[in-house]
Design a binder for this molecule. Structure first.
Ligand SMILES: Nc1nc2c(c(=O)[nH]1)N[C@H]1C(S)=C(S)[C@@H](COP(=O)(O)OP(=O)(O)OC[C@H]3O[C@@H](n4cnc5c(=O)[nH]c(N)nc54)[C@H](O)[C@@H]3O)O[C@H]1N2
Ligand SMILES: Nc1nc2c(c(=O)[nH]1)N[C@H]1C(S)=C(S)[C@@H](COP(=O)(O)OP(=O)(O)OC[C@H]3O[C@@H](n4cnc5c(=O)[nH]c(N)nc54)[C@H](O)[C@@H]3O)O[C@H]1N2
Ligand code: SF4
Ligand SMILES: [Mo]
Length: 697
């Protein structure tokens, strides 16, 4: 018998789909997608369905721990929350008294609940709020900023109404956002064409009308050739271009040499296929989505790949168009007011960021900065000492390259704290572990999502914590109280919610019916004349002065990527449908679905190495090595090997994940210094490995 149904928000990945949780006798018994949420209608992905297994998992951190041995040794002392928060506050105070508030670095996963984190970091007087994004979508974000003057989330992907969708470095059916998947399925059912550009045949490729297998690292070449075709044959939307695109003549001159024939030699895709592709796009314009990429922290020129993807959308008139990339509406765009910001409880710190973003790198967005450069500041003390680091919902030892090098950097810290609901390498290396309640056992601050129909949403606890864990706000407000940050020392979540809702005309009671409060009656598309861009000219700018003035050319001549040396492969990686990054591989249900990652390797290359499908092989790079099963296939480019990210856990507290598969990050020796200077993203796919049979000892 179900006692109640609670509307809340999934926490198995950062997409945060609306859910409905059934509760009986104080235990959560079933989860499904929120039936009232448009585009969800009861659906969840496999990971969302495994939330109950997370809740019941006896191998997640269940109470606060203070380190008792050396860092990473795994010796812990169980403590009360009083002691854990006192200890954390005392350590932060000590560092701040010695080096100032700016010496504290904080990183999270960004997303709709970050306002609370930002408030806390501001309260400390530190400019060093950061997130994971330099290892994820920073290149895409900066590409959007460089073309539109606004960020990547200020356009929406209108899959439902699209007539041609292009997924480039984007595997939508495995790297999932439930609403987007449902919308695209609806679009495809209505006749939308799907083109997938990938280095291997992903699940998305298997559903495509056109699959372009591309040589790894040459997407920029393909995009330049597509632009060449659109311009040379006047296939673009000339009216849109006249009204909204600046400097088109410079683009036209720049792409002169980048013909389909030239691109064919670079990418391995036939010139005629590129020509036909461009013509197909033109037929579907403006209802075209050329995805700029999500996880595009891959190459030294990934920024330019994303930039050209945005420019292709612009040439097709799809920016702002129904079925293309319409502009997202904020509450103000539909005559409403947004949530009141907790960060405004404190003044913005005047200090410069330790990672140099905004001053040393004036073209880059100082919002969350670039975490890998924050790490560099820990290492060098330049521009000033950074001595405490709070890894909040973040596992950089899995999510940044070269964990051994990163541990050495962490050794320079006076204090390292981890806030997490599952074990992670970073938590294991920390001085204190503050265990978060799972998303089913906690409430969060209210959050807003912009879109065609902007809305507010509520995560509320479905059940009380099964163990001695706490909610985000309890942890951060508890620390705020101890650190004398009175404005943030809330005692009740209701007081936070009330603060956030001030002036919005929305009351908590409005969330009762579905957990969601829509701020508009229907989706709002803007007409072409109503578009606006935040560039100096108010148009889409091909030449961005901010980047050019920083010595970063808006139009970068193409350079061919390094080819793998003899016996080498480029190491590539991506997602699978049943795991989220590194934090679900020990989930009892999901570990059963996929216990380990495997190494995709091209059949001919494997044959030359005498490697059989399913055989355990050794992968080596820069002195790092790992053993993993080979998946021998024709469906991958011969230059690359591929593995799903997030495996290779070595912690004794995770029995199901222990020793299963290999961590791609561990094979990226020296990778902390490899990044795209134009877009700020890590260049995680600029690493080469060798693969060999395991010779018996
Ligand atoms: N199930 C599931 N869903 C997720 C996540 C998850 O962990 N699990 N994570 C979420 C997060 S944080 C993110 S950022 C997104 C990521 O979403 P995506 O970026 O779509 O996911 P990936 O699998 O990282 O990469 C997409 C594809 O890029 C291909 N690729 C690699 N190199 C190249 C190349 O040089 N050129 C081209 N054209 N393709 C290449 C890979 O083979 C892969 O199929 O997914 C989100 N959704
Ligand atoms: N080599 C390589 N590196 C990569 C990638 C790759 O494919 N290959 N992918 C990149 C991408 S796209 C991303 S997004 C990053 C992801 O990097 P991370 O954000 O570090 O990855 P996750 O495993 O999602 O989460 C990290 C930790 O946060 C905890 N956690 C999860 N949810 C919450 C929450 O709501 N609150 C709190 N406090 N903790 C929580 C988890 O238990 C886990 O310990 O990694 C990037 N790095
Ligand atoms: S995509 Fe899946 S795991 Fe992510 S929030 Fe939605 S249901 Fe949860
Ligand atoms: Mo990501």
């Amino acid at each position: 018998m179900t006692d109640k149904k609670v509307y809340s928000i999934c926490g198995m990945c950062t997409v945060r789909c609306p859910i409905q949780v059934e509760v009986a006798g104080g235990r959560a018994t079933a989860i499904q997608g929120n039936p009232q949420a448009a585009g969800i209608e009861g659906a969840l992905c496999a990971r969302g369905g495994a939330g109950l297994a997370l809740l019941e998992d006896s191998e997640r951190p269940q109470y606060p721990l203070i380190r008792a041995g050396a860092r990473g040794e795994g010796k812990w002392r169980r403590v009360s929350w009083e002691e854990a928060l006192d200890y954390t506050a005392a350590n932060l105070k000590e560092v701040m008294e010695k080096y100032g508030g700016k010496s504290v670095l904080f990183s999270d996963r960004g997303g709709p609940f970050r306002d609370l984190h930002q408030a806390f970091v501001r309260g400390l007087g530190s400019p060093n709020y950061s997130n994971h994004d330099s290892a994820c979508a920073r290149n895409v974000q900066h590409a959007a900023l460089s073309v539109f003057g606004f960020g990547r989330k200020e356009v929406v992907y209108d899959y439902k109404n699209a007539r041609h969708v292009v997924l480039q470095t984007r595997n939508i059916f495995e790297a999932i956002n439930v609403k987007e998947v449902n919308d695209l399925m609806a679009g495809l059912a209505g006749g939308c064409k799907l083109t997938v550009i990938d280095i291997r045949s992903s699940l998305s490729a298997s559903k495509a009308d056109r699959f372009l297998l591309i040589r790894p690292g040459t997407d920029y070449a393909l995009n330049l050739a597509v632009i060449h075709e659109l311009l040379a044959h006047r296939l673009y939307d000339q009216e849109f271009a006249r009204q909204w695109i600046k400097d088109l003549d410079q683009l036209e001159a720049f792409v002169q040499p980048y013909t389909p024939e030239w691109a064919a030699a670079e990418t391995g895709i036939d010139a005629s296929a590129i020509q036909e592709f461009a013509r197909d796009l033109a037929k579907a314009k403006p209802a075209v989505i050329w995805h700029p990429g999500w996880m595009n922290a891959r190459y030294r020129n990934s920024f330019y790949q994303s930039r050209t993807a945005y420019l292709i959308n612009a040439l097709l008139g799809s920016i702002g168009a129904k079925g293309g990339l319409p502009l997202a509406n904020k509450p103000g765009d539909v005559g409403r007011k947004g949530l009141k910001k907790l960060a405004d409880l404190f003044p913005k710190p005047k200090e410069q960021r330790a990672d140099g973003v905004g001053w040393r790198y004036p073209h880059l967005d100082s919002g969350p900065g670039l975490l890998h450069l924050g790490f560099q500041a820990i290492e060098t003390g330049d521009p000033y000492p950074v001595k405490a680091y709070i890894a909040y919902r973040h596992d950089p030892l899995m999510a940044y390259p070269d964990p051994e090098a990163l541990k050495k950097i962490f050794d320079k810290l006076d204090f390292l704290a981890a806030v997490t609901f599952s074990w992670s390498d970073t938590a294991w290396y920390a001085d204190v572990v503050l265990p978060l309640s799972t998303y089913l056992e906690r409430e969060s601050i209210l959050a807003a999502k912009n879109g065609l129909k902007p809305h507010f949403f509520l995560r509320q606890r479905a059940v009380n914590p099964y163990h001695d864990t706490k909610a985000d706000w309890e942890i951060l407000c508890g620390l705020a109280q101890r650190l004398g940050l009175a404005p943030l020392a809330f005692q009740k979540i209701e007081d936070i919610w009330e603060y956030q809702l001030q002036g919005t005309g929305v009351a908590m009671a409005d969330f009762a019916a579905s957990g969601l409060v829509s701020l508009a009656d229907k989706p709002k598309y803007r007409s072409r004349d109503e578009l606006s861009f935040k560039t100096p000219s108010g148009k889409i700018e091909i030449i961005n002065e901010r980047w050019d003035n920083a010595g970063v050319p808006s139009l970068l001549p193409y350079e061919s990527p390094a080819a793998p040396g003899p016996g080498q492969f480029r190491l590539t990686f991506g997602r699978c449908a049943v795991h989220t990054q590194g934090h679900t591989v020990n989930n009892p249900l999901l570990a059963e679905q996929m216990p380990e990652n495997v190494l995709w390797i091209n059949q001919e290359k494997a044959a030359a190495l005498k490697i059989q499908d399913g055989e355990v092989v050794e992968v080596r790079s820069n002195g790092h090595r790992g053993r993993i099963k080979a998946k021998v296939t024709t469906f991958i480019h011969p230059d690359a090997v591929f593995m799903v990210h997030g495996f290779g856990h070595l912690l004794p507290v995770e029995s199901r994940a222990l020793g299963k598969g290999v961590s791609d990050s561990a094979l990226m020796g020296g990778g902390l210094d490899l990044w795209d200077k134009a877009g700020g993203g890590m260049a995680l796919q600029e690493h080469f490995v060798t693969v060999s049979k395991v010779t018996p000892a």
